[in-house]
Design a protein around this ligand. Structure first.
Ligand SMILES: [Zn+2]
Length: 261
């Protein structure tokens, strides 16, 4: 019977990563992944850390002589071979709580971060999640982030899964969001983060073709590793200093264990 099986055999298991985008496991930097920073009553998807926990995690970085930076800064350092002491900090979705609670703490430490904004949901809420509703930043609030020195990246146009979708839809989510955010900021958008970490070779290629310089995944596998699929380390409310230290020691080993997409 024709169907899913036939399609699966036509698609390559993993398209080769272009030479310029390749990144060996030993050079993969630590990139932290956050969503909201707020004291919320209900958080079934574990997307928030409280402001006090976030402050503790930033202090943990500082005490170890590490500096939190946005991903364009980090990627430039990796390419130049000067990434020692740098840790990437990222926030997905663009929650207002990031502007209110994370930004002051980042500035207090002299850190920067990359914030991934959903271009067609400015001023909206996280309707795609089942669970509590949290407000997303407006266009003006995204401008405030950029003015404070934070990097603004794209998190697609509408927050849909990109793996397996058609070329037109990919174009709208990837190229469309870059154009809209670039117009808003008055400067080219360099980075992308795949919603739900969902990507395939076509999505990575679309991101490259749209003119992005790098993209953040979540659990990229070894064959997918590269500047178009930078893996990230989830950080949650349970992550005190001891757990942060463990995550730092273990993250490359965990990537190495993911042999297949
Ligand atoms: Zn998201």
């Amino acid at each position: 019977m024709a169907g899913e099986h036939d399609q699966a055999t036509v698609q390559p298991r993993a398209a080769p990563v272009a030479a310029a985008d390749r990144l060996g496991l030993g050079r993969v930097p630590m990139i932290l992944m956050y969503h909201g920073v707020a004291d919320v009553a209900e958080d079934p998807n574990q997307l928030c850390v409280t402001p006090s926990r976030f402050a503790e995690q930033m202090t943990w970085l500082k005490r170890r002589g590490l500096r939190g930076v946005g991903i364009s800064t980090l990627v430039e350092a990796v390419r130049a071979g000067h990434q020692r002491g740098l840790v990437g900090i990222t926030f997905d979705d663009g929650y207002v709580s990031v502007l209110e609670a994370a930004l002051p703490e980042l500035l207090r430490h002299g850190f920067t971060a990359s914030m991934f904004i959903i271009s067609d949901r400015l001023g909206g809420s996280n309707e795609w999640d089942e669970g509590p509703s949290w407000p997303l930043m407006s266009a003006d609030q995204v401008g405030e982030l950029a003015a404070a020195g934070m990097e603004v990246g794209s998190h697609s146009a509408t927050h849909r899964r990109l793996a397996g979708i058609g070329a037109d839809q990919l174009e709208a989510e990837v190229t469309g969001s870059r154009a809209r955010l670039g117009e808003l900021l008055g400067t080219p958008v360099r980075g992308f983060a795949y919603p739900y970490g969902s990507m395939d070779a076509a999505a990575r290629q679309a991101v490259r073709d749209a003119g992005y310089d790098w993209a953040c995944a979540v659990q990229a596998s070894v064959p997918e590793l590269g500047f178009m699929a930078l893996p990230r380390v989830y950080v949650g409310q349970r992550d005190d200093a001891r757990r942060m230290t463990a995550k730092r020691l273990l993250f490359r080993g965990q990537i190495a264990a993911r042999r297949h997409p």
